[in-house]
Design a binder for this molecule. Sequence first.
Ligand code: HEC
Ligand code: HEC
Length: 336
Amino acid sequence: MDISYYKTVFFSLLLCSLVPVALYFKSGEPSSAGKAEQKTVYYFEKVPGPIQPIPRKMDIDSRWVNLGKALFISPILSKNNTTSCSSCHLIDFGGDDGFPVSIGINNAKGERNSPTVLNSSLSFRQFWDGRASTLSDQISGPVHNPVELGSSWAEIIEKLRNDSYFNESFRALDPMGVTVENIVKAITTFEESLITPDAPIDRFLLGDKTALTEQQQRGLNLFMNHGCTTCHQGTNIGGNMYQKLGRVSEIPELLDEDLGRYHVTREDQDKYVFKVPSLRNVAQTGPYFHNGAVDTLPQAVRIMGKSQLGRELPEDEIEDIVALLHAFSSPVIKVQ
Ligand code: HEC
Ligand code: HEC
């Protein structure tokens, strides 16, 4: 067998492997309706230390973001057309509602404090007790919860199909139009767009040493040296593990009714275990803790020092840490 045989085989194989590549490029810029799916991609930047900056850049499908936003602020999602996701998650005001516990349709009172939806795509689980694994799993919670939107998918789908704006907007993105999957996809993509990079802490971590005041830098050292970062860490400064409230000493009385993850697992060791909340934008998300029983940050930090670290933090240290917590805030990134 001479060398030309191998050459032929080699070039035929090369040709075969090039055909799909050529076809891919030939398809060019996809048309608007059939545009290729774009999964949200975040560009993380790694720095040394326990706290990581929020990505400054992402690829996201802005058409689904816009549809998701329209759904998020629409009262159509509630049984009596009075309440929307944004009633309890005000995007421009920290992503929560400012009440101790949330108020849903017919003024029904919930049992837990509304957490922020900002940066929630960066947390490892959703809800205070982590009962939803992903943002997509989370959505059917508020839709059906009688003290939140109190509705059902069947009702919502019918109302959205009868609404010309929504009916057409869904069809423009997917020939299947209004479906549960598409509603969930739109809201989830909108939530994925709600990240808040460029907070003073991020600029500091990325090298701008003037981004934090001297007091905030003292606060950062205390936050790390006291061990707040054993729980509040990573990109969301929290949101990446479960921990027991009151690990070190007794749980303060005002926080001892809700058994947290125990409601999900029924395991004794999960009593009073919660997802460590993200401290991103925490200065805007009071009142604090799972039941909103604590009004101010100094009180919240004092309780954390005692119940999580077993320390009475001196007032000047509390002030420095609170100053640092204010450096965790930033507005939501703009999506083009
Ligand atoms: C009546 C108020 C209310 C409405 C309406 C509401 N939520 Fe919430 N949301 C809450 C409360 C309270 C929690 C926390 C519940 C818990 O942890 O048990 C929560 C939790 C969440 C979380 C988890 C965040 C985290 O950090 O754990 C997300 C995401 C979320 N809601 C998105 C939505 C979306 C999307 C809608 C609309 C489909 C919606 N919410 C409607 C009050 C509300
Ligand atoms: C052992 C883990 C652990 C440590 C250490 C810890 N925390 Fe927490 N932190 C939690 C958990 C869990 C919660 C939620 C508790 C709840 O709501 O019942 C929380 C809640 C908070 C909240 C309220 C957030 C909100 O949105 O309501 C603040 C503020 C806070 N922590 C600050 C701190 C500071 C400052 C330190 C260090 C002095 C600290 N934490 C140390 C686990 C910890």
